[in-house]
Design a protein around this ligand. Structure first.
Ligand SMILES: *Cc1c(COP(=O)(O)O)cnc(C)c1O
Length: 426
């Protein structure tokens, strides 16, 4: 595979950007490929190599790259301008649409990124309860802001720096951690910090240490425990929202949080974040209440239109029926492939709906178990996958995504590439 142009561009980029990139997960060793164009399920680099994309921009592109209906909606909006600095009707239209699927979001705020959404939700929870402490799940990622940059999954774990320099210890002393799938640890933490904890923030399906599913009844137990302790539950559905189904993991598992954060798919590929939930909590957000939150680009019509159109395309249910069927078939093929190579002690396919990953170790149920995965093996595997024409996100702790644009022939290519790559590293 010829990658000369990407290699050259990266040489220049390394002088311009820290690590040569605009976000750490993109810094593939020895160099990342530079994308020239992308369409549907395929992504093409500047050297002309075409890959089946299973990264899909880390989640937003559930309909695939450059979906024609979304593109047309964006183009139409462009004629009317792309930022106003005033309210616009699109906010109301899209908010209603989100509420139809996330009925717990009685009031909401549009922001620009998932990071901002979780920052706003946590601040609202602290403002509403008047408490400082928060609990997060080890390995949970909620964006790159101070309070949640503790044992924060994929990017940090892969780079070997689980915490960030520049975050004063004082800023995270109020951030408590519990392992995923551990009801006892949560109960104990909340009991020993009685009346001190504002909220628990968590991904209902862990997506930033590979997909890790909640055990049976875990999320319901979490809901009961948080309610019993008068602690707000924030479900960070920035990956799972509109992904596992239209109603997110909260609909799938039947758990209603106090606050929800959305992003990624909710912006249809343009930058967005959303946080919202109980009216009494959201009424504390400025200008109605004293919890300050603001943004020049918040609720910009382009992101709203891209997100709303994406949601509309999915409303018939056809997209999720297809995605979930494909996800199931792919998962089964991966299990069969691993078994036929007699590598089941080395590799565990895992996933839910259109999220999947191959774990180089036993099926993890929390962060500490996930960290035991053989990252060197994964890296070798990943490289062979790329050589074989399939682009996975370059970390053991990321999630692979299928989109509605993936076809049976893409799935066949993924499975064939997996077989070859597993044999190569055996
Ligand atoms: C991606 C992600 C975020 C951060 O969203 P950005 O738009 O990258 O700021 C927050 N939470 C979860 C669960 C995510 O996957």
């Amino acid at each position: 595979m010829d990658q000369d142009q990407s290699a050259q561009l990266y040489e220049e980029a390394k002088l311009l950007f820290p690590g040569g990139v605009s976000s750490p997960v993109r810094a593939i060793r020895p160099f990342p490929f530079y994308t020239k164009t992308a369409s549907g399920s395929h992504i093409t680099d500047v050297d002309g190599n075409e890959f089946v994309d299973c990264c899909m921009a880390y989640g937003p592109l559930i309909l695939g790259h450059a979906h024609p209906v979304v593109r047309e909606a964006i183009a139409k909006q462009l004629e009317h301008g792309w930022i106003y600095g005033t309210p616009a009707e699109q906010e109301i239209m899209y908010a209603r649409k989100i509420q139809a699927h996330y009925p717990g979001m009685k009031m909401l705020r549009f922001v620009n990124t998932g990071t901002e959404a979780t920052m706003g939700a946590i601040r609202a929870a602290r403002g509403f309860t008047g408490r400082d402490k928060i609990v997060k799940i080890e390995g949970g990622f909620h964006g790159a802001h101070d309070a949640v940059l503790v044992r924060a999954g994929s990017g940090a774990a892969t780079m070997g720096t689980p915490d960030s320099l520049g975050v004063p210890v004082d800023f995270v002393k109020n951030t408590l951690q519990v392992p995923f799938n551990d009801v006892g640890a949560l109960e104990e933490t909340l009991s020993s910090h009685k009346d001190e904890v504002a909220c628990l923030i968590m991904e209902p399906v862990m997506g930033n240490m590979g997909p890790i599913l909640p055990k049976d009844m875990y999320l319901r137990a979490v809901r009961n425990i948080t309610r019993d302790h008068d602690v707000l539950l924030i479900l960070d559905e920035i990956i799972t929202g509109f992904r596992v189904n239209m109603f997110g993991a909260q609909g799938y598992y039947g758990v209603e949080p106090d606050l929800t954060t959305l992003g990624k798919i909710a912006g249809g590929g343009l930058p967005i974040g959303v946080f919202g939930g109980r009216r009494d909590i959201m009424e504390t957000v400025a200008p109605q209440g004293g919890v300050y939150q603001a943004g020049t680009y918040s609720g910009n019509p382009l992101s709203l239109i891209a997100g709303m159109t994406t949601v509309e395309v999915m409303e018939t249910g056809e997209v999720h029926r297809k995605l979930n069927a494909m996800g199931k078939a792919l998962y089964q093929s991966l299990v069969d492939t691993v078994r036929s190579l007699n590598m089941q002690d080395l590799v565990t396919p895992t996933g839910i709906s259109s999220m999947f990953q191959l774990f180089f170790g036993p099926q993890p149920s929390n962060y500490d178990e996930a960290l035991k995965a053989d990252r060197a093996k994964f890296e070798g595997f990943w490289r062979h996958m790329l050589q074989n024409g399939v682009f996975f996100p370059p970390s053991q702790f990321e999630t692979n995504f299928l989109s509605a644009a993936h076809t049976q022939s893409d799935l066949d290519r993924i499975v064939a590439a997996c077989r070859k790559s597993l044999v190569a590293i055996k």
